[in-house]
Design a binder for this molecule. Structure first.
Ligand code: NAI
Length: 345
């Protein structure tokens, strides 16, 4: 029987229709069993207090931390103490894990790298096609009382257009397969992959981001957030896009400069943008996003491209199994290891 203490810092799945209840941790209790003390981060007024003394108190003495959107910090690790064995990210992106800090302390970290590929590919396709077919202006116009086939502008035939994919990992490839079927051509920019892989997906690899931006009618981002990709889409990159092109971001908010995007929409450097992710997480917490949020050619969702009943159930079970393996000392070699002692990024 597994024993130990685990803190889930900010699990979204404990909250349903605004109410938080630890009783929802059914899968976790079933997988971990009665010998494991299950703790949850402090939740007040509709949000987790992610960087608070109460969170640090909850972490004290834990062997495993499971983080969702909480940033791993020195204070959090210090609060957990020397018994901390593993940090697990409940999700795909690992930018909040603080890789250098964990590597320096020799604490291995794991994620669930593939639980929502289907969902993100579907969500990205929905965002892209909403832009191409001007669904949001159409919906607003008709529900506002006016029947007008031209509201939002006249679309272009997607088969004459070129799709551009930045980052050709699990999600980028699924997007090529699905969304790519609507487009005449697909370009891929991923500096860490050989160029032949793209051809296996009916796409063509390009050598530079500039080339991809110059050739694509819809650019969709599927690279991780790293020091190299932060503000990848700044004013220069947005200006380098075609004037009739769209931008889709369902990867990470920090890939796009909010002020530059606001300007790009207002001054029509590009024709529209669809975003599932922002920095900060809630764009209403940063006024720089306001011009984007109220722009008629923007489509936005609340960081939920990953979400489906099936994906949530799978990620919860897989994370709980990882936690149990870590408490049993069997976690080495478990798939999903993202970094460990000396491994860096
Ligand atoms: P992955 O690791 O399979 O693929 C990422 C690809 O990006 C790799 O092929 C890598 O070589 C490439 N890459 C790295 N640096 C690059 C650069 N500078 N320019 C272009 N390409 C670069 O990751 P996966 O599963 O495809 O996920 C991609 C990202 O999507 C995640 O890092 C995460 O941030 C985001 N994501 C967002 C979700 C949401 O709900 N909105 C859900 C799941 C993931």
């Amino acid at each position: 029987m597994a024993t130990g203490r685990v803190l889930y810092t900010d699990p979204a799945w404990l909250v349903e229709e605004g109410t938080w209840s630890r009783e929802r941790a059914t899968v976790e209790r079933e997988v971990l069993g009665p010998g494991v003390e299950l703790r949850f981060g402090p939740y007040e007024n509709g949000r987790y207090l992610v960087d608070s003394p109460a969170m640090h108190q909850a972490a004290a003495g834990c062997e495993v931390l499971v983080v969702y959107r909480t940033q791993v910090t020195e204070e959090l690790l210090d609060a957990a103490g020397d018994g901390l064995r593993v940090v697990v990210r409940q999700g795909v992106g690992v930018d909040n894990l603080n890789a250098d800090l964990l590597a320096a302390r020799g604490i291995p970290a794991y994620n669930v790298p593939d639980y929502c590929v289907d969902e993100v590919a579907a969500h990205t396709s929905a965002l892209a096609l909403a832009l191409e077919r001007q669904l949001i202006p159409q919906h607003r116009t008709l529900t506002g009382g006016t029947f007008d086939i031209y509201a939002g502008g006249t679309p272009h035939r997607t088969n004459r257009r070129t799709l551009g994919i930045v980052g050709f990992g699990r999600i980028g490839r699924a997007v090529a397969r699905r969304l790519g079927s609507f487009y005449g051509e697909t370009r891929v920019y991923d500096p860490y992959l050989g160029r032949d892989l793209a051809e296996g997906y009916g796409a063509r690899a390009v050598d530079t981001l500039e080339e991809l931006l110059a050739e694509s009618d819809l650019v969709t981002l599927h690279c991780p957030l790293t020091p190299e990709t932060e503000r990848l889409m700044d004013a220069d990159a947005l200006r380098a896009m075609k004037p009739g092109a769209f931008l889709v971001n369902a990867a990470r908010g920090k890939l796009v400069d909010p002020e530059a995007l606001g300007k790009a929409l207002e001054q029509e450097w590009i024709a529209g943008a669809a975003l599932d992710v922002f920095f900060p997480e809630n764009p209403h917490h940063d006024p720089r996003w306001e011009p984007v949020l109220r722009h008629p050619r923007a489509v936005v969702t609340s960081h939920r491209a990953f979400l489906s009943e099936e994906a949530e159930a799978s990620s919860r079970r897989r994370v709980a199994e990882l936690v149990r393996a870590a408490l049993d000392g069997r976690v080495d070699g478990h798939p999903g290891r993202v970094l460990g002692q000396g491994a860096g990024r």
